[in-house]
Write a protein that binds this ligand. Structure first.
Ligand code: GUN
Ligand code: ZN
Length: 437
Protein backbone atom coordinates (compact mmCIF):
# COMPACT_ATOMS: atom_id res chain seq x y z
CA UNK A 1 0.00 0.00 0.00
CA UNK A 2 1.32 3.45 -0.89
CA UNK A 3 1.44 6.23 1.67
CA UNK A 4 -1.50 8.62 1.87
CA UNK A 5 -1.52 12.17 3.19
CA UNK A 6 -4.90 13.22 4.55
CA UNK A 7 -5.39 16.96 4.91
CA UNK A 8 -8.13 18.46 7.07
CA UNK A 9 -8.97 19.90 10.47
CA UNK A 10 -7.66 17.22 12.81
CA UNK A 11 -9.14 16.59 16.27
CA UNK A 12 -8.05 13.90 18.73
CA UNK A 13 -8.38 13.59 22.51
CA UNK A 14 -5.50 13.10 24.96
CA UNK A 15 -7.75 12.50 27.97
CA UNK A 16 -11.31 13.13 29.18
CA UNK A 17 -12.12 16.86 29.08
CA UNK A 18 -12.91 18.39 32.48
CA UNK A 19 -14.95 21.26 31.02
CA UNK A 20 -15.91 23.01 27.81
CA UNK A 21 -12.79 25.17 28.06
CA UNK A 22 -10.37 22.31 28.73
CA UNK A 23 -8.23 22.86 25.62
CA UNK A 24 -5.42 20.75 27.13
CA UNK A 25 -7.55 17.62 26.77
CA UNK A 26 -7.31 17.51 22.99
CA UNK A 27 -5.10 18.26 20.02
CA UNK A 28 -6.57 20.32 17.23
CA UNK A 29 -4.74 21.16 13.99
CA UNK A 30 -6.60 23.70 11.89
CA UNK A 31 -4.63 22.82 8.75
CA UNK A 32 -3.58 19.33 9.69
CA UNK A 33 -1.78 16.55 7.88
CA UNK A 34 -2.11 12.87 8.71
CA UNK A 35 0.31 10.52 7.01
CA UNK A 36 -1.00 6.97 6.65
CA UNK A 37 1.31 4.06 5.88
CA UNK A 38 0.25 0.40 5.69
CA UNK A 39 -3.04 1.15 7.41
CA UNK A 40 -1.44 2.93 10.35
CA UNK A 41 -0.91 6.56 11.28
CA UNK A 42 2.73 7.36 10.50
CA UNK A 43 2.75 11.09 11.31
CA UNK A 44 0.39 13.82 12.49
CA UNK A 45 0.83 17.57 12.69
CA UNK A 46 0.63 20.74 10.73
CA UNK A 47 0.05 19.95 7.04
CA UNK A 48 3.17 21.72 5.77
CA UNK A 49 5.41 19.98 8.31
CA UNK A 50 3.98 16.52 7.69
CA UNK A 51 4.07 17.04 3.93
CA UNK A 52 7.81 17.84 4.18
CA UNK A 53 8.45 14.38 5.69
CA UNK A 54 6.29 12.52 3.15
CA UNK A 55 7.58 10.95 -0.08
CA UNK A 56 7.27 13.19 -3.14
CA UNK A 57 4.74 10.86 -4.79
CA UNK A 58 2.48 10.59 -1.72
CA UNK A 59 -1.23 10.43 -2.57
CA UNK A 60 -2.99 13.46 -1.08
CA UNK A 61 -6.63 13.71 -0.08
CA UNK A 62 -7.90 17.12 0.92
CA UNK A 63 -10.88 17.10 3.28
CA UNK A 64 -10.80 20.79 4.20
CA UNK A 65 -12.89 22.38 5.65
CA UNK A 66 -14.17 19.19 7.29
CA UNK A 67 -13.08 17.76 10.63
CA UNK A 68 -11.06 14.53 10.71
CA UNK A 69 -11.41 12.49 13.90
CA UNK A 70 -10.68 8.93 14.97
CA UNK A 71 -13.44 6.61 13.71
CA UNK A 72 -16.48 6.44 15.96
CA UNK A 73 -16.88 3.43 18.25
CA UNK A 74 -20.12 1.72 19.23
CA UNK A 75 -19.74 -0.48 22.32
CA UNK A 76 -23.06 -2.34 22.35
CA UNK A 77 -25.44 -3.37 19.58
CA UNK A 78 -27.12 -6.42 18.11
CA UNK A 79 -26.20 -7.36 14.57
CA UNK A 80 -29.29 -9.63 14.08
CA UNK A 81 -31.68 -6.83 15.04
CA UNK A 82 -31.46 -4.64 11.94
CA UNK A 83 -35.03 -5.60 11.08
CA UNK A 84 -36.24 -5.12 14.64
CA UNK A 85 -35.60 -1.36 14.83
CA UNK A 86 -38.86 0.57 15.15
CA UNK A 87 -40.85 -2.29 16.72
CA UNK A 88 -43.79 -1.02 18.75
CA UNK A 89 -43.71 -2.40 22.29
CA UNK A 90 -44.54 -1.28 25.79
CA UNK A 91 -41.42 -2.46 27.57
CA UNK A 92 -38.29 -4.61 27.36
CA UNK A 93 -39.67 -8.11 27.97
CA UNK A 94 -42.62 -7.52 25.62
CA UNK A 95 -40.24 -6.15 22.99
CA UNK A 96 -37.95 -9.18 23.31
CA UNK A 97 -40.74 -11.77 23.28
CA UNK A 98 -42.92 -10.19 20.60
CA UNK A 99 -40.35 -9.23 18.00
CA UNK A 100 -36.71 -9.69 18.84
CA UNK A 101 -36.41 -13.36 19.67
CA UNK A 102 -38.45 -14.35 16.59
CA UNK A 103 -36.31 -12.23 14.31
CA UNK A 104 -33.09 -13.69 15.71
CA UNK A 105 -34.35 -17.23 14.94
CA UNK A 106 -33.80 -16.46 11.24
CA UNK A 107 -30.03 -16.34 11.75
CA UNK A 108 -29.77 -20.10 11.79
CA UNK A 109 -29.76 -19.67 7.99
CA UNK A 110 -26.27 -18.79 6.84
CA UNK A 111 -27.53 -17.00 3.69
CA UNK A 112 -29.69 -14.70 5.78
CA UNK A 113 -26.86 -14.07 8.26
CA UNK A 114 -24.47 -13.25 5.41
CA UNK A 115 -26.93 -10.86 3.76
CA UNK A 116 -27.58 -8.98 7.01
CA UNK A 117 -23.86 -8.88 7.83
CA UNK A 118 -23.22 -7.10 4.52
CA UNK A 119 -25.91 -4.55 5.30
CA UNK A 120 -24.68 -4.18 8.88
CA UNK A 121 -21.17 -3.16 7.85
CA UNK A 122 -22.60 -0.84 5.18
CA UNK A 123 -24.47 1.00 7.93
CA UNK A 124 -21.44 1.11 10.22
CA UNK A 125 -19.38 2.74 7.48
CA UNK A 126 -22.19 5.04 6.36
CA UNK A 127 -22.43 6.34 9.94
CA UNK A 128 -18.70 6.70 10.54
CA UNK A 129 -18.47 3.81 13.00
CA UNK A 130 -15.23 1.91 12.49
CA UNK A 131 -15.36 -0.40 15.52
CA UNK A 132 -18.35 -1.96 17.23
CA UNK A 133 -18.98 -4.57 19.91
CA UNK A 134 -21.94 -6.64 18.75
CA UNK A 135 -24.06 -9.50 19.93
CA UNK A 136 -24.63 -12.06 17.21
CA UNK A 137 -27.52 -14.52 17.60
CA UNK A 138 -27.29 -17.85 19.44
CA UNK A 139 -26.35 -19.54 16.17
CA UNK A 140 -22.70 -20.03 15.29
CA UNK A 141 -23.66 -19.21 11.69
CA UNK A 142 -24.38 -15.64 12.74
CA UNK A 143 -20.97 -15.20 14.36
CA UNK A 144 -19.30 -16.72 11.30
CA UNK A 145 -21.10 -14.22 9.03
CA UNK A 146 -20.31 -11.30 11.34
CA UNK A 147 -16.59 -11.99 11.60
CA UNK A 148 -16.13 -13.05 7.97
CA UNK A 149 -17.53 -9.73 6.78
CA UNK A 150 -15.31 -7.82 9.24
CA UNK A 151 -12.26 -9.53 7.79
CA UNK A 152 -13.43 -8.72 4.26
CA UNK A 153 -13.67 -5.02 5.15
CA UNK A 154 -10.55 -4.93 7.31
CA UNK A 155 -12.52 -3.64 10.29
CA UNK A 156 -11.65 -3.95 13.97
CA UNK A 157 -14.70 -5.60 15.52
CA UNK A 158 -15.68 -7.19 18.80
CA UNK A 159 -18.49 -9.75 18.81
CA UNK A 160 -19.80 -12.96 20.22
CA UNK A 161 -22.15 -15.85 19.71
CA UNK A 162 -24.91 -15.29 22.24
CA UNK A 163 -25.26 -17.93 24.96
CA UNK A 164 -28.91 -18.53 25.93
CA UNK A 165 -30.52 -21.75 27.13
CA UNK A 166 -33.93 -20.79 28.58
CA UNK A 167 -36.87 -18.37 28.43
CA UNK A 168 -36.83 -17.96 24.67
CA UNK A 169 -38.25 -19.82 21.63
CA UNK A 170 -36.81 -23.28 20.95
CA UNK A 171 -35.05 -22.07 17.80
CA UNK A 172 -33.03 -19.66 19.90
CA UNK A 173 -31.78 -21.98 22.61
CA UNK A 174 -28.45 -23.72 23.05
CA UNK A 175 -27.37 -25.75 26.09
CA UNK A 176 -24.61 -25.17 28.61
CA UNK A 177 -22.42 -27.65 26.72
CA UNK A 178 -23.16 -26.48 23.16
CA UNK A 179 -22.81 -22.83 24.17
CA UNK A 180 -19.40 -23.65 25.62
CA UNK A 181 -18.33 -25.75 22.62
CA UNK A 182 -19.56 -23.28 20.00
CA UNK A 183 -18.12 -20.24 21.75
CA UNK A 184 -14.80 -22.09 21.87
CA UNK A 185 -15.11 -22.88 18.17
CA UNK A 186 -15.85 -19.21 17.38
CA UNK A 187 -12.81 -18.17 19.43
CA UNK A 188 -10.64 -20.71 17.61
CA UNK A 189 -11.80 -19.67 14.16
CA UNK A 190 -12.12 -15.92 14.53
CA UNK A 191 -10.30 -14.40 17.52
CA UNK A 192 -7.21 -12.61 16.24
CA UNK A 193 -8.13 -13.26 12.62
CA UNK A 194 -7.95 -9.96 10.76
CA UNK A 195 -8.73 -7.38 13.42
CA UNK A 196 -11.38 -9.47 15.20
CA UNK A 197 -11.92 -9.85 18.94
CA UNK A 198 -14.31 -12.54 20.16
CA UNK A 199 -16.35 -11.75 23.26
CA UNK A 200 -17.89 -14.26 25.67
CA UNK A 201 -21.57 -13.32 25.40
CA UNK A 202 -24.14 -14.72 27.86
CA UNK A 203 -27.19 -12.67 26.76
CA UNK A 204 -28.47 -11.89 30.28
CA UNK A 205 -29.27 -13.81 33.44
CA UNK A 206 -32.91 -14.40 32.45
CA UNK A 207 -31.91 -16.47 29.41
CA UNK A 208 -29.09 -18.43 31.07
CA UNK A 209 -29.48 -21.25 33.59
CA UNK A 210 -26.96 -21.42 36.44
CA UNK A 211 -25.33 -24.29 34.50
CA UNK A 212 -24.84 -22.03 31.50
CA UNK A 213 -23.43 -19.30 33.74
CA UNK A 214 -20.89 -21.89 34.88
CA UNK A 215 -20.03 -22.55 31.23
CA UNK A 216 -19.50 -18.81 30.72
CA UNK A 217 -17.32 -18.76 33.84
CA UNK A 218 -15.26 -21.65 32.51
CA UNK A 219 -14.71 -19.76 29.24
CA UNK A 220 -13.76 -16.60 31.12
CA UNK A 221 -11.19 -18.56 33.14
CA UNK A 222 -9.81 -20.28 30.07
CA UNK A 223 -9.64 -17.07 28.02
CA UNK A 224 -9.03 -14.29 30.56
CA UNK A 225 -8.08 -11.74 27.89
CA UNK A 226 -11.40 -11.92 26.10
CA UNK A 227 -14.16 -9.36 26.44
CA UNK A 228 -17.33 -10.43 28.24
CA UNK A 229 -20.58 -8.73 27.30
CA UNK A 230 -24.04 -9.03 28.83
CA UNK A 231 -27.02 -6.95 29.94
CA UNK A 232 -27.60 -5.59 33.44
CA UNK A 233 -30.45 -3.74 35.20
CA UNK A 234 -32.19 -2.33 32.15
CA UNK A 235 -35.82 -2.49 33.24
CA UNK A 236 -37.60 -2.84 36.60
CA UNK A 237 -39.67 -5.92 35.63
CA UNK A 238 -36.53 -7.52 34.21
CA UNK A 239 -34.67 -6.91 37.48
CA UNK A 240 -37.51 -8.40 39.55
CA UNK A 241 -37.73 -11.54 37.41
CA UNK A 242 -33.96 -11.95 37.31
CA UNK A 243 -33.69 -11.82 41.10
CA UNK A 244 -36.46 -14.45 41.36
CA UNK A 245 -34.45 -16.74 39.09
CA UNK A 246 -31.30 -16.31 41.21
CA UNK A 247 -32.69 -16.03 44.77
CA UNK A 248 -29.32 -16.68 46.38
CA UNK A 249 -27.76 -13.58 44.79
CA UNK A 250 -27.70 -10.26 46.67
CA UNK A 251 -28.90 -8.41 43.57
CA UNK A 252 -28.64 -8.51 39.75
CA UNK A 253 -24.96 -7.50 39.71
CA UNK A 254 -24.13 -10.18 42.27
CA UNK A 255 -25.27 -12.88 39.83
CA UNK A 256 -22.52 -11.96 37.38
CA UNK A 257 -20.04 -11.49 40.24
CA UNK A 258 -20.75 -15.00 41.56
CA UNK A 259 -19.90 -16.50 38.18
CA UNK A 260 -16.67 -14.52 37.86
CA UNK A 261 -17.96 -12.48 34.95
CA UNK A 262 -17.04 -8.97 36.16
CA UNK A 263 -13.74 -7.27 35.37
CA UNK A 264 -11.98 -4.70 33.21
CA UNK A 265 -13.00 -6.43 29.97
CA UNK A 266 -16.67 -6.74 30.96
CA UNK A 267 -19.22 -4.59 29.13
CA UNK A 268 -22.59 -4.32 30.87
CA UNK A 269 -25.33 -3.01 28.61
CA UNK A 270 -27.68 -0.42 30.15
CA UNK A 271 -26.93 -0.74 33.92
CA UNK A 272 -29.53 1.93 34.58
CA UNK A 273 -31.12 1.01 37.92
CA UNK A 274 -28.10 0.14 40.08
CA UNK A 275 -28.01 0.32 43.87
CA UNK A 276 -24.99 1.93 45.53
CA UNK A 277 -23.73 -1.52 46.40
CA UNK A 278 -23.91 -2.61 42.78
CA UNK A 279 -22.18 0.54 41.51
CA UNK A 280 -19.43 -0.06 44.10
CA UNK A 281 -18.96 -3.59 42.77
CA UNK A 282 -18.71 -2.35 39.18
CA UNK A 283 -16.20 0.26 40.29
CA UNK A 284 -14.09 -2.21 42.28
CA UNK A 285 -14.00 -4.72 39.45
CA UNK A 286 -13.37 -2.08 36.74
CA UNK A 287 -16.42 -3.27 34.81
CA UNK A 288 -17.92 -0.92 32.22
CA UNK A 289 -21.52 0.37 32.32
CA UNK A 290 -22.63 0.94 28.73
CA UNK A 291 -25.05 3.83 28.26
CA UNK A 292 -27.56 3.17 25.45
CA UNK A 293 -29.60 6.38 25.36
CA UNK A 294 -31.77 5.95 22.26
CA UNK A 295 -32.71 2.44 23.35
CA UNK A 296 -33.36 3.43 26.95
CA UNK A 297 -35.74 6.12 25.78
CA UNK A 298 -37.32 4.12 22.96
CA UNK A 299 -38.09 1.05 25.10
CA UNK A 300 -38.86 3.29 28.07
CA UNK A 301 -36.27 1.61 30.29
CA UNK A 302 -35.07 4.64 32.26
CA UNK A 303 -32.61 7.52 32.52
CA UNK A 304 -29.01 6.39 32.97
CA UNK A 305 -27.26 8.72 35.44
CA UNK A 306 -24.14 9.18 33.29
CA UNK A 307 -22.61 12.07 35.21
CA UNK A 308 -23.62 10.88 38.65
CA UNK A 309 -22.09 7.45 38.15
CA UNK A 310 -18.82 8.96 36.88
CA UNK A 311 -18.37 11.34 39.80
CA UNK A 312 -19.04 8.85 42.60
CA UNK A 313 -16.36 8.35 45.24
CA UNK A 314 -15.97 5.01 43.56
CA UNK A 315 -16.50 6.01 39.91
CA UNK A 316 -17.83 3.53 37.40
CA UNK A 317 -16.21 3.25 33.97
CA UNK A 318 -18.71 4.14 31.26
CA UNK A 319 -19.11 3.77 27.51
CA UNK A 320 -21.77 4.83 25.02
CA UNK A 321 -23.60 2.76 22.43
CA UNK A 322 -26.52 2.59 20.00
CA UNK A 323 -27.98 -0.76 21.13
CA UNK A 324 -29.47 -1.39 17.70
CA UNK A 325 -32.24 -2.68 17.40
CA UNK A 326 -33.66 -1.48 20.77
CA UNK A 327 -31.84 1.70 19.83
CA UNK A 328 -33.36 3.79 17.09
CA UNK A 329 -30.32 5.09 15.20
CA UNK A 330 -27.02 3.69 13.93
CA UNK A 331 -25.49 7.12 14.39
CA UNK A 332 -23.23 7.82 17.35
CA UNK A 333 -23.99 11.52 16.77
CA UNK A 334 -27.72 10.88 17.27
CA UNK A 335 -26.84 8.66 20.24
CA UNK A 336 -24.89 11.39 22.04
CA UNK A 337 -27.65 13.88 21.24
CA UNK A 338 -30.07 11.68 23.18
CA UNK A 339 -27.49 11.22 25.96
CA UNK A 340 -27.30 15.01 26.18
CA UNK A 341 -31.09 15.29 26.51
CA UNK A 342 -31.18 12.65 29.24
CA UNK A 343 -28.59 14.62 31.22
CA UNK A 344 -30.66 17.78 30.71
CA UNK A 345 -33.74 16.06 32.15
CA UNK A 346 -31.64 14.90 35.11
CA UNK A 347 -30.48 18.48 35.71
CA UNK A 348 -26.94 17.68 34.54
CA UNK A 349 -24.74 18.94 31.69
CA UNK A 350 -23.02 16.96 28.96
CA UNK A 351 -20.69 19.19 27.00
CA UNK A 352 -19.79 18.45 23.37
CA UNK A 353 -16.09 17.85 24.10
CA UNK A 354 -17.15 15.19 26.60
CA UNK A 355 -19.49 13.64 24.00
CA UNK A 356 -16.87 13.47 21.26
CA UNK A 357 -14.33 12.12 23.71
CA UNK A 358 -16.81 9.39 24.69
CA UNK A 359 -17.51 8.40 21.05
CA UNK A 360 -13.80 8.04 20.30
CA UNK A 361 -11.09 7.74 22.95
CA UNK A 362 -13.53 7.05 25.81
CA UNK A 363 -15.09 4.08 24.06
CA UNK A 364 -11.66 2.80 22.98
CA UNK A 365 -10.53 2.89 26.63
CA UNK A 366 -13.73 1.13 27.68
CA UNK A 367 -12.93 -1.64 25.18
CA UNK A 368 -9.29 -1.74 26.38
CA UNK A 369 -8.29 -1.06 22.77
CA UNK A 370 -6.75 2.38 23.25
CA UNK A 371 -3.38 1.17 21.93
CA UNK A 372 -5.02 0.51 18.54
CA UNK A 373 -8.02 2.78 18.01
CA UNK A 374 -9.80 5.87 19.32
CA UNK A 375 -7.07 8.49 18.76
CA UNK A 376 -4.92 9.88 15.96
CA UNK A 377 -1.71 8.90 17.70
CA UNK A 378 1.23 7.69 15.62
CA UNK A 379 1.36 3.91 15.41
CA UNK A 380 -2.37 3.37 15.86
CA UNK A 381 -4.70 2.05 13.17
CA UNK A 382 -5.82 4.67 10.65
CA UNK A 383 -9.56 4.36 11.30
CA UNK A 384 -11.01 7.81 10.71
CA UNK A 385 -14.24 9.70 10.29
CA UNK A 386 -14.55 12.92 8.30
CA UNK A 387 -17.37 15.12 9.57
CA UNK A 388 -19.12 17.92 7.69
CA UNK A 389 -21.04 20.25 10.00
CA UNK A 390 -22.71 21.90 6.99
CA UNK A 391 -23.98 18.67 5.46
CA UNK A 392 -27.62 19.68 5.13
CA UNK A 393 -29.08 23.10 4.21
CA UNK A 394 -30.31 23.58 7.77
CA UNK A 395 -26.90 22.64 9.21
CA UNK A 396 -25.08 24.90 6.72
CA UNK A 397 -27.30 27.81 7.71
CA UNK A 398 -26.70 27.18 11.42
CA UNK A 399 -22.98 26.80 10.72
CA UNK A 400 -22.87 30.43 9.50
CA UNK A 401 -23.31 31.49 13.13
CA UNK A 402 -20.76 29.06 14.60
CA UNK A 403 -17.48 30.58 15.78
CA UNK A 404 -15.81 27.95 17.99
CA UNK A 405 -14.84 24.28 17.76
CA UNK A 406 -17.11 23.21 20.66
CA UNK A 407 -20.03 24.99 18.96
CA UNK A 408 -19.32 23.10 15.75
CA UNK A 409 -19.16 19.78 17.61
CA UNK A 410 -22.41 20.55 19.36
CA UNK A 411 -24.07 21.34 16.03
CA UNK A 412 -22.79 18.05 14.60
CA UNK A 413 -24.18 16.17 17.58
CA UNK A 414 -27.51 18.00 17.66
CA UNK A 415 -28.35 18.03 13.93
CA UNK A 416 -25.98 15.47 12.42
CA UNK A 417 -26.46 11.90 11.28
CA UNK A 418 -25.01 9.80 8.46
CA UNK A 419 -25.33 12.77 6.10
CA UNK A 420 -22.69 14.56 8.18
CA UNK A 421 -20.22 11.73 7.60
CA UNK A 422 -18.30 12.85 4.51
CA UNK A 423 -15.95 9.85 4.58
CA UNK A 424 -15.03 6.86 6.72
CA UNK A 425 -11.53 5.37 6.61
CA UNK A 426 -10.84 1.82 7.69
CA UNK A 427 -7.12 1.12 8.15
CA UNK A 428 -6.34 4.05 5.87
CA UNK A 429 -8.80 3.08 3.15
CA UNK A 430 -11.71 5.35 2.18
CA UNK A 431 -14.84 3.18 2.45
CA UNK A 432 -17.93 5.36 2.33
CA UNK A 433 -18.17 5.89 -1.41
CA UNK A 434 -18.40 2.12 -1.81
CA UNK A 435 -21.57 1.89 0.27
CA UNK A 436 -23.19 5.12 -0.98
CA UNK A 437 -24.27 8.05 1.12
N1 GUN B 1 -31.68 -7.78 27.24
C1 GUN B 1 -31.47 -9.03 26.78
N2 GUN B 1 -31.42 -9.06 25.44
C2 GUN B 1 -31.60 -7.80 25.04
C3 GUN B 1 -31.63 -7.19 23.75
O1 GUN B 1 -31.51 -7.83 22.71
N3 GUN B 1 -31.83 -5.84 23.74
C4 GUN B 1 -31.97 -5.11 24.87
N4 GUN B 1 -32.15 -3.79 24.77
N5 GUN B 1 -31.95 -5.65 26.08
C5 GUN B 1 -31.77 -6.99 26.16
ZN1 ZN C 1 -28.43 -5.02 24.04
Amino acid sequence: MTKTLIRGRLLTFKRAPMSLTDTESYTYEHDGGLLVDEGKIAAIGNYTQVKATAPADVEEIDHRPHLVLPGLIDTHLHFPQMQVIASYAGSLLEWLNTYTFHEECRFVESDHAARIATRFYDEMIRHGTTTAAAYCSVHKTSADAYFAEAVKRGMCMVGGKVMMDRNAPQGLLDTPQTSYDETRAVIGEWHGKGRNYVAITPRFAITSTPEQMQAAQALAQEFPDLHIQTHLSENLDEIRYTCELYPQAKDYTDIYARYGLLGAKTLLGHAIHLSDREADVLSETGSVAVHCPTSNLFIGSGLFPLNAIRRRNKPVRVAVATDIGGGSSYSMLRTLDEAYKIQQILGERLNPLDSFHLMTRGNAEALSLIDRIGTLEVGTDADLVVLDAGATPAMALRMEAVTTLPEELFLLQTMGDDRAVAETYVAGKAMKRGVGS
